[in-house]
Design a protein around this ligand. Structure first.
Ligand code: SF4
Ligand code: FE2
Length: 621
């Protein structure tokens, strides 16, 4: 495959050429080396849940149709799907837990490095949970909120607090199906229990537990991550900034923060402004310190501070290959284990910071949240010391960069609309906006980088569908200029007019992957305003380049919340026709939504538009 076929992004193409010229292996080379992928794995028909196996089911020939224990294709594929959901939910929710703990620490030791930047949001949460506020300090109130948050991880309640934000009909449906999520940790543990050898065998019963676990992510762990991050680091407001590898500087110390949790990246942004560190950078011959983001921790500081974003998932190795990165600081999730090897070809230091994610070959500087500012300064200092090691002769920063407008939290969207959802509802009712689509998720080297994200978004806005995005999808749109108000020129007449009147782009960046919870909140608010269920809305979702187990959890909570969801490729379930039918057809009668699988992004848009029009007709619009 030619380099320009691997990505539509010119900056990525240039760095792929450089990697090839210098003999540096990237994710695309490793994908090629893995061909052909294991067919049993692709179909979800291999199992190694016990030591009588590993077993595999022959889907076509005369080979075994049962594992040693007697498990059939339905059982094996559904157990695997449930474990993928559990892993994805665990990732989002454990991230959420770290935010809850940082929040609690801020409540306990008000003098620490984390402060409550959005007390209004904290008070709103207190009122949602009936926590008394009269005559109490903000710390006392926050402690009560953190008690509730921590209880959500256990099994104190009958169902998670935030599920009450969903329309009543949806809550009743979940209750009648027996899928009310009870405790965030509990659901993940129950998935592991039920998928171990000799427990749950029924693919429908297993899938229902997958649904319950995904709901504990979307309306639980992810939502706590978003809500308390907003309180701690500030609720995003409209910001402008720059995207793509061209944000790296040839004269400054470049530090790329990569991973997912804002506890580290947010404090790095402020630590980098320290005059002592700036002085030190100058002493080392640099003109300054340039903090850039990558993936979702990049999205967190992009949304709150307009920090430049160097790229999305498939650009992590390419950023190092520019030769201009002094340090890549990583925390958790979506960090390729290859980074230290790529960094070895240059002066770049990969600095791991989480006790949960240690990378052989990287420098490990444990991030101490109680000493956040000091640790952040120490890490930046390592990067500054590394600046003189940069070989300017090997530096090649692509000039490609693009501006963005972001920061579309629910609060920002309401603000842009003048404080109420009514103008948006009116635009949907009048048909100038046909509906809303959420495009989310990752990059995957099996798909030309960003191609599906961009082709799908362009087709949707052209057809007057407002697009909301998170994660790597949103970074793809930033690089392609779709997050600029001028992108309204690419939208259909109705959507363009609304965007121009409000001064916003037709593609709204709502944050990191855990911030898909913001999309749920908007969906619930619209459904409540119209007095219908989420599944009745002209609303759909897509993950057109997904790769992570987290995306499986997100897709499942979207469908379980009533949102039709299009994937470019299926999770490993095709070996079970019963499970495949349940996910793509049968679920309609259970949760009012299904998954669809379509590789072509223009056809994906067609499916979404068809769905939106069907829902409009049913609503009498
Ligand atoms: Fe084989 Fe059953 Fe053990 Fe899986 S659980 S490895 S199918 S014997
Ligand atoms: Fe992410």
């Amino acid at each position: 495959m030619k380099n320009h076929e691997k990505s539509i992004d010119p900056a990525s193409q240039k760095m792929l050429d450089k990697a090839y010229a210098e003999g540096i292996q990237t994710v695309w080379d490793r994908l090629e080396a893995q061909q052909p992928h294991c067919g049993f794995g692709e179909l979800g028909l291999c199992c190694r849940h016990c030591n009588m196996g590993p077993c595999r089911i022959d889907p076509f020939g005369n080979g075994p149709k049962l594992g040693v224990c007697g498990a059939n294709a339905d059982t094996i594929a559904s157990r695997q799907l449930v474990r993928m959901i559990a892993a994805g939910a665990a990732a989002h929710s454990d991230h959420g837990r770290d935010i809850v703990l940082a929040f609690r620490a801020a409540a306990e030791h008000g003098e620490g490095d984390y402060k409550f930047k959005d007390e209004k949001k904290l008070l709103a949460l207190a009122s949602e949970f009936n926590i008394p506020t009269e005559g109490r300090t903000i710390q006392e109130i926050a402690l009560d909120v953190s008690d509730i948050a921590l209880d959500e991880y256990g099994m104190r309640g009958q169902k998670l607090q935030f599920t009450k934000r969903a329309p009543k009909v949806r809550q009743d449906l979940w209750t009648s199906l027996g899928v009310d999520p009870r405790g965030i940790d509990r659901e993940v543990v129950e998935c592991m229990h039920r998928t171990t050898m000799g427990v749950d065998t029924d693919y429908v019963n297993l899938t229902l537990q997958g649904i319950r676990t995904s709901l504990s992510d979307g309306w639980g762990g992810s939502m706590w991550a978003t809500e308390l991050s907003d309180v701690l680091f500030g609720t995003p407001e409209v910001v402008k900034g720059w995207s793509n590898l061209g944000v790296l500087s040839d004269k400054e110390v470049n530090i790329v923060v990569h991973g997912h949790e804002p506890t580290l990246s947010d404090i790095i942004v402020f630590a980098a402004r320290d005059p002592e560190l700036l002085k030190k950078a100058k002493e080392k011959g640099a003109e300054g310190i340039n903090i850039c983001g990558m993936c979702c921790t990049g999205n967190e500081i992009l949304m709150r501070h307009g920090v430049p974003i160097a790229g999305n998932f498939l650009q992590q190795e390419l950023a190092i290959i520019t030769g201009a990165v002094e340090a890549m600081i990583v925390d958790v999730q979506c960090i390729m284990p290859s980074l230290p090897t790529v960094a070895n070809c240059f002066h770049t230091k990969v600095i791991s910071t989480s006790p949960k994610a240690v990378f052989p070959g990287a420098t490990h500087v444990p991030f101490d949240e109680k000493n956040a500012m000091e640790t952040a300064k120490q890490i930046i200092s390592i990067a500054i010391d590394n600046y003189p090691n940069r070989n300017q002769g090997r530096v090649n920063i692509p000039s490609d960069r693009m501006g963005y407008m972001a920061g579309f939290s629910v609060e920002t969207i309401l603000g842009a609309l003048g404080g109420t959802l009514d103008p948006l509802l009116d635009a949907i009712k009048s048909g100038s906006i046909r509906g809303i689509a959420g495009i989310v998720g990752c990059n995957n080297p099996k798909v030309r980088q960003d191609h599906n994200h961009i082709a799908l978004a362009k087709e949707l806005i052209k057809n007057n569908v407002l697009v909301v995005e998170t994660g790597c999808a949103a970074i793809a749109s930033a690089k392609a200029g779709l997050l600029l108000p001028e992108a309204a020129d690419m939208a259909g007449e109705g959507l363009a007019a609304v965007c121009r009147a409000l001064g916003v782009p037709p593609v709204l960046h709502m944050g990191s992957c855990v911030d898909n919870s913001r999309v749920l909140v908007v969906a619930a608010a619209i459904a409540n305003a119209l007095g219908v269920d989420i599944s009745d809305l002209p609303l759909a979702a897509a993950a057109p380049e997904w790769m992570s187990e987290k995306a499986v959890a997100i897709g499942t909570y979207a469908v379980s919340s009533g949102i039709y969801t299009v994937l470019n490729s299926p999770p490993p379930v095709l070996g079970s026709s019963n499970l495949t039918n349940l996910l793509t057809a049968g679920a309609e009668g259970v949760v009012g939504a299904v998954f669809a699988v379509e590789a072509d992004p223009v056809k994906q848009a067609g499916l979404i538009i068809e769905h939106i029009e069907k829902k409009r007709t049913a609503l009498g619009l």
